[in-house]
Design a protein around this ligand. Structure first.
Ligand SMILES: *Cc1c(COP(=O)(O)O)cnc(C)c1O
Length: 237
């Protein structure tokens, strides 16, 4: 599986570079976050060996279990991004382990992070997640509340507040959502835009993404049943 991860990573890096160049941008201004949620440690190791630096996990507990032991004695840079909805009681663990928390989305969580940063003596970079599709099941501050919430976070966190993150609704054209997020970030003078996943990262780069979060296209299907199903099909076909 190692060589597959390595090959996929190389292909994704190429596609990112080409998308950036097509958009008249510098490929170095787009960071690839390899999303390892539910993936085994062996996949993380394979990506590390292939020179990957930024990793994304959506659950703090899983991030701690997987990455805390791995960091001990590691000879290369590693940056961990928390990209899933964050519970206030996990704020302290997140502040301890993450280089970037991408899912700041409500005043109560901002309160918890202020306290966590103070206790840990360590300040991760922060992104405000916006629920661009106003979907009830998704985390993120609603569009209509984004401006005041971002201003509030700017005054609380200062330069640690780097930018915005979004996950557009599935099945919809992501372009207008990416455009909205880019405009919102510009309005607030924020430079980082975390948007784009396996299916739409090239579009996101065209709209100014500085950070793309990619899982499936690097590590394959997350769902073990789907993986098994594919393997069986391969064997019988
Ligand atoms: C899982 C996840 C991704 C990666 O999705 P893929 O489609 O596997 O690339 C990106 N961002 C977030 C917030 C995720 O939860």
């Amino acid at each position: 599986m190692d060589h597959l991860v390595e090959r996929n990573l190389a292909q994704i890096r190429d596609r990112i570079a080409n998308a950036a160049i097509r958009a008249g941008r510098n490929p170095r201004d787009v960071t690839l976050v390899a999303v390892t949620k539910t993936q085994p440690l062996s996949s993380v190791m394979a990506a590390l060996r292939a020179g990957q630096i930024d990793f994304g996990e959506n659950r703090v507990q899983e991030a701690v279990t997987k990455f805390a032991p791995l960091r001990t004695g590691l000879q290369q840079p590693l940056r961990l991004h928390i990209i899933g909805g964050l519970q206030t009681n996990k704020a302290r663990d997140a502040a301890r382990i993450a280089e970037v928390i991408e899912t700041l989305d409500r005043p109560r969580l901002a309160d918890a992070l202020v306290a966590a940063i103070d206790k840990e003596g360590r300040t991760p970079e922060l992104l405000v997640q916006v629920n661009v599709g106003d979907e009830p099941q998704k985390s993120g501050v609603p569009r209509t509340q984004a401006d005041p919430f971002i201003e509030d976070c700017k005054s609380r966190f200062g330069p640690a507040l780097r930018g915005l993150m979004c996950i557009p609704p599935e099945g919809a054209d992501p372009g207008p959502h990416f455009a909205w997020l880019a405009e919102c970030a510009a309005r607030h003078g924020l430079l980082e835009l975390s948007m784009g996943m396996s299916a739409d990262f090239e579009t996101a780069i065209a709209y100014g993404a500085t950070c793309v979060r990619i899982g499936t296209a690097i590590f394959g299907e997350r769902d073990p049943l789907l993986r098994l199903h594919r393997a069986n099909r391969l064997q019988s076909g």
